[in-house]
Design a protein around this ligand. Structure first.
Ligand code: DLL
Length: 435
């Protein structure tokens, strides 16, 4: 039987959710206008006053916020309350440019942890579970978010943080962990290491995994489920909106329910900013509905996905988002063709390769090059040249069929591609270095 952390909210009829959203948005916009000068200026420039926002239907009148705004306003420019009311800061990894810092009051932490608790219960978590959290702890939101959610559910929480895979496995086996929380790439690595140590999938007590923070394909899901003997659930979120738990998967595993009582989602055309109807693919935009310290109105996530209100068999009524197909800025344009890393991962796993790969894009003689380094498993590895060449040809053809362009495939020996303990770095775009 499906269980919920907050059934009274998670299964509320759509009209009722809408009522809650309408009530909250009026207050949230007023809160922002009165306390965040940066956004007040944007609203004034657009000629929008808080009184113009009477329901979520009016959200489209509001200006967008982008990552560039967050950088410009760094560190305190978007703060919605006195610093003395804040109890926590979290931050993005800052791989591209200046870090984004997000602030939280105790109220904000509480609702964030509720969102994570909903995700854990949806994955079957109860107070009888042992929840091993191996997302990074510290400034990254993964560890603290799932840790807080796990406490709320009453699970016995193992605050492992990421890395030290031998110790992860020792704790997992000795303390009978039943739920694993980490990035999908780290889950794959843990699965691989367990096998190397001679454990079979049925030797561990894990039943579920809650994996997110990076794009992963359905093929990757099946691979992880097989290697760990679990059901793997997706979880989505971003630092700017609080962290993991903005949306999460239920037993149906067909899209992630967005916690709509806290976040209002829109899909827009990334080029024109126009709001698209349900079912169309575009950029996901979030408006927080009840945040105090770091409220964001119409924040452009750059994640590309689709929303659906189709009925879900789990009984939850909140809108579902598809797996993000990568960020709009993850998309590589190679010889004029749009290529997403997820397409490459799909082909590799379908063709029976491991999820250990690296994509290198470069430019030679004014033409883009695409090299894909694919690690062979011990069974696949062969020192016969002809066999390797045959494999490379088959894989190149499969890639060309999916991508529309032919990459250069390099099959490399087992254990030569570096494993990830957090977010995997799949793409190295050397063209940017030359620009
Ligand atoms: O990655 C928060 C998080 C932690 C989510 C743990 C899930 C689990 P950031 O570091 O700010 O926050 O990165 C946010 O990661 O805009 C997406 O592009 C990507 N992302 C997050 N979850 C998923 C997912 C955390 N389930 C950015 N699938 C987002 C695909 C995801 N991409």
């Amino acid at each position: 039987m499906e269980r919920y952390y907050q059934p009274e909210i998670e299964t509320l009829p759509y009209e009722k959710i809408r009522e809650i959203q309408n009530e909250k948005i009026v207050k949230q916009v007023k809160h922002v206008y009165e306390n965040v000068a940066y956004y007040r200026n944007l609203m004034d420039e657009k000629g929008v006053k808080p009184e113009d926002i009477k329901s979520v239907d009016d959200i489209k009148k509001l200006p967008f916020l982008t990552k560039a705004d967050l950088r410009e306003a760094y560190p305190y420019g978007l703060l919605g309350t006195d610093l003395k009311n804040c109890v926590r800061i979290q931050s993005t990894s800052g791989t591209t440019g200046k870090r984004v810092v997000a602030f939280y009051t105790q109220h904000d932490i509480d609702l964030w942890e509720d969102c994570c608790a909903r995700a854990i219960v949806a994955a079957g978590g109860t107070n009888e579970d042992v929840c091993q959290v191996c997302y990074g702890y510290g400034l990254f939101t993964g560890g603290p978010g799932l840790n807080g959610g796990s406490h709320k559910v009453g699970c016995l929480t193992l605050p492992m943080s990421s890395g030290n895979t031998d110790r992860q496995i020792q704790f997992m086996m000795d303390l009978n962990a039943t739920i694993l929380c980490c990035t999908p790439s780290y889950a794959a690595y843990i699965g691989e290491t367990l096998a190397e140590k001679g454990y079979k999938p049925e030797d561990n007590k894990l039943k579920a995994g809650i994996f997110g923070a990076e794009p992963w394909t359905e093929e990757m899901r099946r691979e992880i489920e097989k290697s760990l003997g679990i059901k793997a659930y997706d979880i989505y979120g971003l630092t700017e909106t609080s962290g993991p738990g903005v949306a999460f998967e239920c037993s149906e595993q067909r899209g992630m329910h967005i916690n709509e009582d806290h976040f209002y989602a829109e899909i827009i055309d990334p080029e024109t900013g126009e709001v698209l109807p349900e079912g169309e693919k575009g950029e996901l935009v979030f408006t927080s509905l009840d945040k105090e310290a770091f409220p964001l109105l119409r924040y452009r996530t750059r994640d590309i996905c689709v929303l659906t209100r189709e009925k879900c068999s789990c009984g939850r009524t909140h809108v579902r988002m598809s797996k993000p197909m990568g960020r709009s800025d993850d998309m590589m344009i190679i010889r004029g063709v749009n290529v997403f890393p997820s397409q490459i991962e799909t082909v590799l796993l379908n063709e029976g390769y491991t999820p250990n790969y690296q994509i290198v894009v470069d430019r030679e003689n004014n033409s883009d090059t695409l090299d894909i380094y694919v690690e062979l498993s011990a069974d696949q590895f062969s020192d016969k040249m002809a066999e390797t060449q045959k494999r490379e040809k088959v894989l190149t053809d499969a890639m060309r069929a999916m991508l529309g362009i032919g990459p250069k495939i390099h099959l490399v020996a087992p254990k030569t591609i570096v494993r990830s303990e957090g977010k995997a770095v799949r793409v190295i775009d050397k063209r940017k270095l030359h620009d």
